[in-house]
Design a protein around this ligand. Sequence first.
Ligand SMILES: Nc1ncnc2c1ncn2[C@@H]1O[C@H](COP(=O)(O)OP(=O)(O)OP(=O)(O)O)[C@@H](O)[C@H]1O
Ligand SMILES: [Mg+2]
Length: 312
Amino acid sequence: MSQQNIIEVQNLSKHFDLVKAVDDITFSVKEREIFGFLGPNGAGKTTTIRMLTGVLKPTAGKIFIYGKDAWKNQIAIKQIMGNVPEMSNAYMDLTGFQNLTFIGEIYGVSKSERKKRAFELLKKFELFKRKDDLAKKYSKGMKQRLLLCMALMSNPKILFLDEPTSGLDVQSSIIIKNLIKQYNQEGMTIFLTTHNMDVANELCDRIAIINKGNLIRLDTPENLRAIEKKYQAIDLYPSEQLNISELEKLAGIDKVKQIKNYYHIIVDDLHEAMSQIINYTKLKNIKIKKLNTPEPTLEEVFVKIINRGENN
Ligand SMILES: Nc1ncnc2c1ncn2[C@@H]1O[C@H](COP(=O)(O)OP(=O)(O)OP(=O)(O)O)[C@@H](O)[C@H]1O
Ligand SMILES: [Mg+2]
């Protein structure tokens, strides 16, 4: 994968009166990567994407796209980007096909090329059979697919997608996710936002975790999963009190905390810790009433990272 940074964001902020929707974030997106902005509701994802796509003027900071100041070169930059905003809509009184040729015309695509591209896109996004139906007759998933087709009519170099699969059924989500991967493999850089860990994990080369306007971690899904391992734990319900410092000396165990009638044991090595605990309790003649291994989901790790306010 080429490593050239094609989006550079420096100390970007957007304040709405007292609300710091985006607060001094710095990051860059490499050419041909799928870059994900992941965060809970109100984190600042849409505000960021609106600044990147030239819809919203930043309060402070700079955005460079292909080395050009995005705010000063809006027209040139809009030519190379496709954009599917969060709350957008196709033209409801045009058919799917007409929506695409209309957008193609706006982008200056020639008439014959417009039709060719529209047909290709409608086929890829499994809308071809319904191409002559008015967009208002489309389901939510079909409308979202049509919006993607519209954004792709100009053959963009960078595609911005704000929550591309949010609220859609499985079929539409799969079609969209597969095509995002396909366009990326063909060379398109994709910037997407999501509040869904699984979507970010499945699609993205790198994920920026954003919360309350701050970028709190930027890493590959693999590295984020490695953090997840730090939180592997065993919940042990013994028949009587245990000695915490003795437990903490056992191989594979990192930390032990007593919570009501059980012990929450953070482990370095789940397998080793489990067999050590079983041997230890046998030796002490203590019965194990229950033993759980609450594997943290990436979601929990995400929440923990946010709660701890980690900075790197
Ligand atoms: N036009 C606006 N005027 C005032 N406040 C705004 C405006 N747009 C966004 N905000 C505020 O900025 C913060 C970030 O909002 P934003 O829409 O960027 O979040 P988000 O991460 O996209 O959330 P969601 O997952 O719900 O889409 C919120 O507190 C929101 O209320
Ligand atoms: Mg949003």
